[in-house]
Design a protein around this ligand. Structure first.
Ligand SMILES: NC(=O)c1ccc[n+]([C@@H]2O[C@H](COP(=O)([O-])OP(=O)(O)OC[C@H]3O[C@@H](n4cnc5c(N)ncnc54)[C@H](O)[C@@H]3O)[C@@H](O)[C@H]2O)c1
Ligand SMILES: O=C(O)[C@H](O)COP(=O)(O)O
Length: 392
């Protein structure tokens, strides 16, 4: 262990563009870092990994945080950051590839071509004889159904309109920001079932949370056209894979393209699975790593909270010549009152204060003039309802 001010443990390969955002003089960063102040992760599961008391923050260089025990970390006062939208274009492009792969049977067709043998004349003859098995369909006039109109869903919707598809979407929790970016030509479905019923191609772009586990179920698959294609570039568990395989085997569904190989799908003749490639572009890896690194730096060095999935946004410029108390507390009355009383009792003056809450939790940033008094921090930490407090 070095004596650098901050130690970041990486649990996946993280783009150097992000890692270089941690200044050498302040940060030790790497896979073998001990007693880390923060964890930086992509898809590695932290559910069964002990997360030591030294950890003050966790950052996911990506969108989905289902690999992180968010509720337990929230209870400890530890923010979990992700990188909203940073890989959305990469996923959109792969979803569009999925559309073409499915509509033109590109994978079996390429496999057929790969297996051809003989001289050029024999290959040309086999091509003409064999190609009829790969006759596809065109996209204009077909309906794309989208469940989840967040960073990815919106980009997929807008791009699909450009390909001549009609788009019908469902997202009861769409954000104002995402609604602004969604084309007015996208039709809003009244229910999730309507999307299943109408789609020629259906794509899901929701997070894996209890409400979305098994969202594509036997009952909903039964509503789909028997020629329809299902795309899943969100998470394997959002789809009931056994139900999909049954629907495919019974000719009640046309095909399944996903980013999540499993024993049930990776060799199935009507399934195409890719090895979780959605965010695997240089650009997305870079964007995600930079955003995650900036969030960690903001929190560790300044107590700022930006892009956390479990904390309120809390961003306040540092007041000149002050030190800062960073307090994570339960969202109950009189927390700010108790903190300011302690500061005043020690004859100190608050230059600036920010208190932001989200659900049961609040973040309080207090910029204090004068010298750092360890007893102020000790007394703040002792307040009932304070989950963590530090002075920076
Ligand atoms: N294959 C990959 O490599 C890859 C890459 C990035 C993201 N993902 C997955 O895609 C998910 C979505 O990513 P994003 O960046 O668009 O996230 P996002 O948070 O911007 O959008 C998610 C949207 O889903 C909506 N939603 C939630 N529950 C819903 C429900 N029951 N019905 C309809 N809509 C619902 C939300 O309101 C939100 O608008 C991620 O959580 C992640 O699991 C996969
Ligand atoms: O949620 C995400 O951002 C994706 O699933 C990307 O995962 P990855 O970082 O492991 O490629």
């Amino acid at each position: 262990m070095t004596d650098k001010t901050y130690r970041i443990q990486t649990l996946n390969g993280i783009s150097g563009a992000g890692l270089s955002r941690f200044p050498d003089e302040l940060y030790e960063v790497g896979g073998g870092v001990e007693e880390p102040h923060a964890l930086l992760v992509r898809s590695a599961s932290l559910h069964d990994t002990p997360i030591g008391d030294s950890v003050m923050a966790v950052a996911r260089a990506g969108a989905g945080t289902n690999n992180i025990p968010v509720a337990a970390l929230t209870e400890r006062g530890v923010p979990v950051f992700n990188t909203p939208g940073a890989n959305a274009n990469a996923v959109k492009e792969l979803v569009l590839a999925g559309l073409f792969i499915a509509s033109r049977h590109l994978i079996p067709a390429a496999r057929f071509a790969h297996e051809l043998s003989g001289d050029d004349a024999q290959i040309a003859k086999a091509v003409e004889a064999g190609k009829k098995q790969f006759v596809g369909f065109e996209l204009p006039g077909r309906t794309l159904g989208i469940i989840g109109l967040g960073a990815i869903g919106v980009q997929v919707a807008n791009a699909a309109l450009g390909l001549g598809l009609s788009v019908v979407g469902f997202d009861p929790g769409i954000s104002v920001e995402h609604a602004w970016h969604l084309s007015a030509e996208v039709e809003r479905a009244d229910s999730i079932e309507e999307v299943f019923r109408r789609a020629d191609i259906l794509t899901v772009h929701v997070p894996l949370i209890p409400a979305t586990r098994g969202l594509v179920s036997t009952q909903r698959l039964a509503l789909m056209k028997d020629t329809a294609v299902l795309l899943n570039f969100a998470r394997a568990e959002i789809v009931d894979t056994d139900a999909v395989v049954t629907a495919l085997d019974e000719d009640q569904l046309g095909g399944y393209v996903c980013d999540f190989p499993s024993t049930a799908v990776h060799k199935h003749p009507k399934c195409i699975s890719l090895p979780h490639l959605g965010a695997s572009t240089k650009e997305a890896e870079r964007n995600c790593a930079i955003m995650a690194a900036e969030s960690l730096r903001g929190f560790l060095e300044d107590g700022q909270v930006h892009n956390a999935v479990n904390f309120p946004e809390a961003v306040m410029a540092r007041a000149e010549g002050t030190h800062r108390l960073v307090i994570v507390n339960r969202n109950v009355p009189n927390m700010v009152g108790q903190v300011s009383t302690i500061v005043a009792q020690h004859g100190q003056n608050i230059a600036n204060l920010l208190n932001k809450s989200r659900d049961d939790l609040a973040v309080t940033l207090v910029d204090i003039e004068g010298e750092r008094l360890p007893e102020v921090l000790a007394e703040v930490r002792a307040i009932d309802g304070v989950l963590s407090a530090r002075c920076i």
